[in-house]
Design a protein around this ligand. Structure first.
Ligand code: BGC
Length: 779
């Protein structure tokens, strides 16, 4: 069975269309068509149920631990999407009868998903069905659904069951209690429940409206399910329209963060009251009216964020907008208590935990398009410091050691301890990243400095940034190991970005990033008293900052930073160059990912020269000027040939570096791979959710790669537009200035649209631009 996607639907570049029902791609489509606003996200599970379906609804921050021996995860909350439709007693299901036509379209412009089906029941009744839905970008608690059923061939009796179900689980683990069900007035259903361990009240409301009188309307209360059964008689050619509006409220809603509320509420009464009031308000509006308001919010997002691409291949444009769509629904822009999950909130994969993905892969996008959102993400790290202190203390280190996987702010490390099966031992592979993947602490520091460089937000530095930089540097200062025989500090026993290599010493990426962290913290301490007096006051109460500064400087100077060998190659880690070389062709040409696990156990993989993802290449990406061009080129070629791109984080970063090296074909190929990770033909690539970091990677391909965006004190751009692209335009925020950038073959034009004067370098030439000004450079 194949994956039925049509990328040419009009208006081209805006519509994701599934043009056939594919049982094998059910879960993938639920993820890629998911809708949301960063507070409430709903997977696009079809209304009628199928095997392999995963009906998820998530609200940011409602983390819960189902069982004491499990890790905390974002619970799958009660569902409002399921409909049972009975046609003359026969259940509507595409598994039976005949499908005459099928199309599901997600309109990226408005966030609305529309599915149209022409179906003939096994007893020969022909129906036209149209299902529409969206999660509001305007009213974050709300989602709306519209169902139209037309009887084509004969009159019919129609029964619809619709309501709220708390039968949801996360792959079997149930996070919510059965819940209290009640009707409010004649038409509103309310289910209030609570997470079993974190005790967060969850309240879901829904209300139904029809264009026709019901013959019968019956509330049905069952275990973990509260629905209404509606019965109709439909004449030939007649259309029944049902509109359902739902809203979600939880004890973690931002409103309870206001000064007069305790942080988070455990009493469901105020949560119910908020929901009662909202549903009362929403029920006065039609589906179309609610959609209009949400679509307006989407239009404003696109106005600021769209990247227009003119390419001979329409997927180049659609892939970019698809990424930008997901980048908008994965973030809670105003709530710094929550991060971004590795799968956003489009599936249960990675349990909605945040990784280094946030700072390295997503933060650049938010900083350069919506700097406030970037600040929110870093404040989340600041507010997670208690967990980072705890992790450091548990491991006998000073300072802040950030968890590899983070959930609620004070959870600390939440990486699971075991994963998939080991081909040799047949047991679960231990997951060591939570213990050994230490570079995340420096990655967060890198993100802090990037945000400061791009925003010049002194208040942020004063309140949060300085402390984050100092506390992360304190961790590294303690973490480094002095090797007397080599008279240098080293970082031993880590996992670098390449997770196919465990227990390695001196991973180049980790060491260079740790050095960056120490250097930046020392620099910041040097200017803190004058520049950020609040931070100075706060931190000097806790530490002798001058002593810390000296310590950071000394450690950084003596930290071992791997250099190119005689062939120009920088060892990814101390062990790498001595590993056994194997033929990787089979895995490099694989259809999916991780096929190497079918032949090698994790411990065997530690012994062979193979990388899962960008590691040294990631270092070339993060510090573009670290090595000369020839060294960069040699290392890119060396490592790319040994990299399987088994992580979705890999292609985008390779695209950027390839662009900088003038390897245009390779860069475009990497872009298309990145785009296809979720959109592409593999029918199960995204069953557990889309790949958030890859979405940020797609943006980086275009802006950092093809438009050559770099920053190091000042902005620089360079034209690397792929040959088959005629034009690319986008907007960019930098230090309060808003720029519009246009690239065509050999020409890059930048106009300064608003904000303060900035200096920038275009195709190697310096410019000062102020509002209304522009520059045009030919290469
Ligand atoms: C990658 C990590 C990444 C994680 C979450 C893993 O497969 O190796 O680098 O942080 O996925 O996206």
């Amino acid at each position: 069975m194949s994956f039925h996607m049509n990328y040419n639907t009009e208006p081209r570049g805006w519509i994701m269309e599934e043009d056939g029902f594919g049982a094998r791609s059910i879960a993938k489509c639920e993820s890629i068509f998911a809708q949301g606003n960063g507070y409430l996200n709903i997977r696009c599970a079809l209304e009628e149920s199928y095997v392999g379906q995963c009906r998820d609804a998530f609200v940011a921050g409602t983390f819960n631990k189902a069982m004491p021996d499990e890790v905390t995860e974002l619970p799958n909350l009660p569902d409002v999407t399921e409909l049972v439709i009975l046609v003359n007693g026969e259940r509507f299901s595409l598994d039976k009868g005949r499908i005459h036509s099928y199309s599901r379209k997600l309109d990226l412009r408005t966030g609305e998903c529309v599915r149209k089906v022409k179906w003939e029941s096994p007893e020969g009744v022909e129906l036209d069905l149209c299902f529409r839905r969206f999660v509001s970008l305007h009213e974050e608690h709300a989602a709306a659904f519209q169902t139209e059923i037309t009887s084509v061939s004969a009159p019919m009796e129609l029964v619809i069951e619709s309501g709220i179900s708390s039968r949801s689980s996360n792959t079997g683990s149930q996070h919510c209690l059965d819940g209290e069900k009640r009707m409010l007035g004649r038409d509103t259903l309310r289910l209030s429940t609570c997470t079993v361990q974190s005790d967060i009240p969850i309240v879901v409301h829904c209300v139904h409206k029809f264009n026709k009188e019901t013959l019968m309307e019956l509330p049905v209360i069952e275990r973990r399910r509260f629905v209404k059964q509606f019965r109709f008689q439909i004449g030939k050619g007649e259309t029944l329209r049902m509109e359902k509006t739902a809203c979600y409220h939880t004890g973690r809603d931002m409103r309870y963060e206001l000064p007069d509320w305790p942080a988070g509420v455990t009493d469901s009464k105020p949560v119910c009251a908020d929901g009662d009031a909202l549903i009362e308000k929403l029920k006065g509006s039609s589906y179309e009216e609610l959609l209009k308001m949400s679509a307006r919010a989407w239009a404003s997002y696109w106005k600021d964020t769209d990247i227009e691409i003119e390419s001979s291949d329409p997927v180049d444009q659609l892939g970019m907008r698809f990424a930008l769509y997901h980048l908008n629904i994965m973030i809670q822009r105003r709530d710094s208590r929550v991060g971004i999950g590795a799968k956003g909130m489009t599936g249960e994969g990675y349990k909605c935990h945040s990784f280094w993905d946030t700072e390295m892969f997503l933060l650049p996008f938010y900083l350069f398009t919506h700097p406030q959102a970037a600040k929110t993400l870093l404040k989340y790290r600041y507010r997670s410091l208690p967990g980072a202190y705890r992790k450091a203390a548990e491991n006998h280190y000073e300072g802040a050691m950030f968890p590899w996987e983070s959930a609620w702010m004070d959870d600390g490390e939440v990486t699971p301890l075991y994963g998939a099966a080991d081909i040799v031992t047949g047991t679960s592979i231990p997951i060591l990243t939570g213990m050994l993947e230490h570079h995340i602490t420096a990655d967060i520091a890198w993100g802090v400095w990037l945000y400061y460089e791009g925003s010049m937000d002194e208040k942020f530095m004063d309140k949060y940034g300085c402390e984050l930089l100092v506390e992360t540097a304190r961790f590294w200062s303690d973490r480094l190991e002095w090797k007397e025989e080599r008279k240098r500090y080293e970082i031993c026993n880590v996992i670098g970005p390449d997770e196919y290599k465990e227990h390695v010493d001196n991973n180049a990426f980790t060491n260079y990033l740790a050095a960056f962290n120490l250097r930046t913290a020392a620099h910041v301490i040097g200017i803190m008293e004058k520049k950020w007096p609040g931070a100075w006051k706060n931190l000097s109460r806790r530490f002798n900052l001058e002593e810390l500064r000296e310590d950071f400087q000394n450690k950084e100077k003596s930290l071992y930073l791997p250099e190119p060998d005689k062939d120009g190659i920088v060892a990814q880690n101390e062990q790498y160059m001595g590993l056994e070389k194997v033929d990787l062709t089979k895995y490099k040409t694989q259809q999916g990912v991780s096929s190497i696990y079918e032949d090698y156990s994790q411990s065997q993989m530690n012994q062979i020269m193979v990388s899962k993802q960008a590691d040294m290449v990631m270092l070339l990406r993060i510090f573009p000027e670290l090595f000369d061009r020839e060294t960069r080129r040699k290392n890119f070629i060396f490592y790319e040939s040994r990299t399987l791109h088994d992580s979705s984080l890999s292609h985008g970063q390779h695209c950027v570096v390839a662009s900088w090296l003038g390897m245009d074909e390779m860069a475009l190929d990497m872009y298309r791979h990145a785009v296809n990770i979720d959109m592409g033909p593999n029918p199960s690539s995204s069953d557990e959710g889309i790949h958030s970091a890859s979405m940020g990677g797609v943006w980086q391909c275009a802006v950092c790669g093809f438009a050559g965006l770099k920053w190091n004190g000042r902005l620089s751009l360079e034209n690397h537009l792929p040959k088959c692209w005629k034009k690319m335009t986008f907007r960019l925020c930098w230090r309060g200035a808003l720029l519009r950038v246009e690239l065509t073959e050999g020409i890059i034009s930048i106009s300064h649209q608003q904000g303060p004067e900035i200096s920038l370098c275009v195709n190697g030439r310096e410019h000062i631009l102020s509002e209304g000004g522009s520059v045009r450079e030919e290469s």
